[in-house]
Design a protein around this ligand. Structure first.
Ligand code: PFF
Length: 450
């Protein structure tokens, strides 16, 4: 039986759920480490430019297609265009969402392990020098990492199964404000650290000599992943928006809030990194290796650790809920499966693939395809190929292929809002965004060298 299509019940819910999707491990784990590796403030500056010039117009493209049709990605494309070739682009998002869910759940699973270690006091009892070994030991243990991945996916399943209104909306309404409160507490704490000045200078005082083509393109890629762009995640959320929602306004607010969280994460992390003598260019291990060491040397460290990993877990689950919605809406609306059954299929596939990703830090470490472990391969295919491809497709579809009036009516609510902003967004969507994304794409495939 076809289930009635849900709608978010308030503007607050729209913002909370969409920001919940955008804000995740990408902001709190990936942004600070990438900013650290790429020279700090210069990276931040370009990142912000990318959010404004690519992020907002592509969000608008996904929003207008989703809200205008109130359908899943395939249904939406079918309604808007007769060509099967155009419909086939829906598979980019479906494939990307399942690949991202699989490897993302592994990193989210580490968060759960660290949360339990923090609660039990084990984390703050570990000598700071041992955290690197501790992380490697844990990540490579054959069962622990897999077990946490599966547990995380089960949490995701129980929320998903409840549906848009009861599961996603309620969860985001509660979790997103808590997330902001915890972040603010951490920021305040950072201001009392001895090296707060150095940390903030690193984040906000740009050294323009650090800007290289690879920093520019790295910042664009990060903006893409962080905003959940290109895989129809925002399209499907917009399909639950009401017709009164101001799409350009919401897109801008979401882009700003997502960026604020990334910057807050930087404000929290860099003063701490300098104060505790950690290496700012530590790389992807920054959160999972350096933070516990920092907590161990803080007074009330266990409490900060619990808050931090709780925050990371919340941020991760509101993101995985949104990626799961892409496949679940597809299976319920295109295949007629019940929401419960679709959630089960989604979870089982992610469990199988996620276990392989988790094992690639241990027993499958030497199993490589194109020189990459399964985890790295999934990350590479989704971030470097599928998201940029999807982003170009949405920008081109909304900018050039779909009836111009349809997009304009959506972005202006039939001429009642944003009449002056619309031409700017339209220009960015049609020209600026596709060209910029193309550069990321070619760079990701290593077809473009500077
Ligand atoms: N934007 C999320 C983050 O920053 O962690 C990651 C993400 C969520 C990517 C949802 C893709 C997606 F569909």
């Amino acid at each position: 039986m076809k289930e009635k299509r849900a709608q978010f019940s308030s503007r607050f819910a729209v913002i909370a759920t969409t920001v919940g999707s955008a804000v995740g491990l990408g902001n709190i784990w990936a942004f600070p480490y990438k900013c650290g590796v790429n020279g700090g403030a210069a990276f931040l500056l370009i990142y912000i430019a990318c959010v404004l010039l690519i992020g907002i117009p592509v969000i608008c493209a996904e929003f207008s297609i989703g809200r205008g049709t109130h359908k899943n990605v395939r249904g939406a494309l079918r309604q808007l265009h007769s060509s099967r070739f155009v419909h086939s682009f829906s598979f980019i998002g479906l494939l990307a969402s399942i690949l991202i869910l699989s490897f993302y759940s592994v990193v989210a699973g580490w968060t759960l392990e660290y949360l339990i270690e923090a609660i039990s006091g084990q984390m703050t009892a570990t000598p700071a020098a041992d955290f690197s070994n501790h992380f490697s030991g844990f990540a490579s243990s054959p069962y622990k990492s897999v077990a946490w991945t599966l547990i995380f996916l089960l949490c995701n399943y129980f929320i998903m199964r409840r549906g848009v209104k009861r599961g996603i909306e309620r969860m985001s309404n509660i979790l997103m404000p808590i997330l902001f409160v915890i972040l603010i507490i951490f920021c305040v704490h950072s201001f009392f650290l001895p090296e707060v000045g150095r940390g903030l200078k690193f984040l906000f005082h740009p050294d323009f000599s650090k800007i290289t083509p690879s920093v520019v393109l790295g910042a664009m890629g990060q903006a893409f992943f962080s905003l959940s762009l290109g895989l129809s995640c925002l399209l499907i959320y917009a399909s639950y928006f009401s017709d009164k929602e101001n799409l350009i306004g919401s897109a801008s607010l979401i882009a700003v809030l997502d960026t604020v969280v990334a910057v807050l994460a930087g404000v929290i992390i860099f003063p701490a990194v300098f104060s505790y003598g950690a290496n700012v260019a530590e790389g992807p291990k920054l959160v999972y290796e350096v933070f516990p060491a920092i907590f161990a040397s803080m007074s009330m460290g266990w409490l900060w650790a619990v808050l931090f990993f709780l925050l990371l877990f919340f941020a991760a689950i509101t993101s995985t809920i949104s990626m799961s919605e892409i496949t679940i809406a597809f299976m319920t609306e295109e295949w007629g499966l019940s929401r419960k059954r679709a959630s089960q299929v989604n979870t089982l596939v992610a469990m199988a693939l996620g276990s392989l990703c988790a094992l690639s830090f241990g027993v499958l470490r030497d199993f490589t395809i194109f020189g990459m472990t399964i985890f790295d391969l999934f990350e590479y295919i989704s971030s470097n190929i599928l998201l940029p491809l999807g982003g170009i497709v949405f920008a081109l579809l909304a900018g050039w292929v779909i009836d111009r009036r349809f997009i304009r009516d959506q972005l202006t609510n039939f001429g009642s809002v944003n009449r002056r902003l619309y031409p700017v967004i339209s220009f960015l969507m049609r020209f600026v965004a596709p060209v910029a994304i193309l550069l990321i794409f070619l760079y990701g495939l290593k077809l473009l060298h500077f």
